[in-house]
Design a protein around this ligand. Structure first.
Ligand code: ZN
Length: 140
């Protein structure tokens, strides 16, 4: 695992939280992206080598809606950058961690992502994220 790629924060109201974090970090967010399959709308801030991801639920069945209901606003997950998400999933499974999705899925911000169950990580929802490969023939 490499650096902390981002910290995910569950919020009730994305617009209000964008304003708050713009004041806090002294810079605007650089993108808003909806991940319909997860029932979330996300907003990203760059902060040095790391990012902050704000997450708002878009429907009552969204995992974010359930989190907010149970715990209220706050830190939702910590995401680590990895080079080889499939290899890391295999390694972590071998170490006894429970992987929520053993097949990486497409997350926000052009990433392939997988999550570790917080029951096996001292209560911290851990996200692995790998830069999604570019379609063949594009870029390096
Ligand atoms: Zn995330």
């Amino acid at each position: 695992m490499k650096k902390i790629e981002h910290i995910g924060i569950a919020v009730n109201d994305l617009e209000a939280s964008n304003n708050l974090f713009e004041k806090l970090l002294g810079r605007p967010h650089y993108k808003i992206e909806e991940v319909a399959s997860e029932g979330v709308r996300t907003s990203f801030f760059k902060n040095g080598p790391n990012k902050i991801e704000l997450l708002e639920a878009t429907n009552p069945d969204s995992p974010i809606a359930k989190f907010l209901e149970k715990k209220g606003q706050g830190i939702h997950h910590v995401a680590f950058a990895v080079d080889d998400i499939v290899g890391e999933i295999k390694r972590l499974k071998g170490e006894g961690f429970t992987i929520l999705n053993e097949t990486p899925k497409k997350g926000a911000d052009n990433k392939l992502v997988a999550f570790l169950h917080p029951k096996t990580t001292n209560g911290v929802l851990v996200e692995l994220c790998q830069e999604a490969p570019l379609p063949k023939g594009e870029g390096a």
